[in-house]
Design a protein around this ligand. Structure first.
Ligand code: AMP
Length: 252
């Protein structure tokens, strides 16, 4: 997808020579309903901070695409827009977080999605001394339904495009590999409604969990601004961490 040019090198790259010795990893949790722009903001953050995006949706879709045992067991639920079991997602996430590229920090996109996942995450991240910060993207549901109607995906590489905010250079064709873009199974309007219902019933309570557990959380209006404008707000939210903390947190 087309990302705006950043004026400066990623923060992590700029802080690599710091000698403060701090090594606490940073977990940025991007939280919000389906279609709130978590994936887009994750990509901006990856570019800025040089830490990886962990998208549970992408990981699960890859299993389905590759026809693994996990993929076969969850395909029907995913197609219907329902959440897959907590235990499975937790295992996939923690295996992923144990890899070396997550040592300095990571961006969680689409996880945690239930209070049970949130509790498990808090326990695991607490044990590893990770600092958590939640960015909550708030979007009007009518905006989401309109956005997702215009969303297209590359069936080969998984890149997302949008008729309004992120068009491919050539209509209906992936910029990266020339593949014909398709509507994602779970972006069909009736499935979007099911996903929003799941979000209300199962995922929204995670906000209360975050509030109760005192996790640092920023809320951003993601309805009325462009993705770039929202990213600038997130940069401001994280400025305190980037100036004071990211040097310690993600710097080497
Ligand atoms: P996403 O791309 O994040 O919207 O996720 C697509 C689908 O993957 C969801 O509708 C769920 O079926 C499944 N999924 C993704 N993340 C989770 C999660 N943390 N817990 C349970 N199911 C998930």
């Amino acid at each position: 997808m087309a990302l705006p040019e950043l004026e400066s090198a990623p923060v992590a790259a700029r802080t690599q020579n710091c000698s403060d010795g701090g090594r606490r990893p940073l977990a940025i949790v991007l939280f919000g309903s389906p279609g709130s722009g978590k994936g887009t903001q994750s990509k901006f953050l990856v570019r800025w901070l040089g830490i990886p995006q962990i998208s549970t949706g992408d990981m699960l879709r890859e299993h389905v695409r590759n026809g693994t045992a996990i993929g076969t067991s969850i395909a029907a639920r995913m197609k219907a827009g329902e959440l897959v079991p907590d235990r499975l997602v937790n295992e996939l996430v923690f295996e992923r977080l144990s890899r070396p590229d997550c040592e300095r920090g990571f961006i969680l996109d689409g996880y945690p999605r239930t209070p049970e996942q949130a509790a498990e995450m808090k326990r695991a991240l607490g044990a590893s001394g990770t600092t958590e910060v939640v960015i909550h993207l708030l979007v009007d549901y009518n905006v989401i339904i309109a956005r997702m109607a215009g969303r297209r995906v590359c069936p080969k590489c998984g890149t997302l495009y949008n008729a309004i905010s992120n068009r491919p250079a050539k209509e209906g064709v992936c910029d990266l590999d020339g593949e014909t873009l398709v509507v994602r199974e779970d972006d069909r309007p009736e499935v979007v409604r099911a996903r929003l219902n799941e979000y209300e019933a199962l995922t929204r309570p995670v906000i209360d969990f975050f509030r109760r557990s005192g996790v640092k959380m920023f809320e951003e209006n993601a309805s009325d601004y462009t993705p770039q404008e929202i990213f600038e707000k997130i940069r401001v939210d994280l400025a305190d961490l980037t100036e004071r903390g990211l040097t310690e947190l993600v710097g080497k």
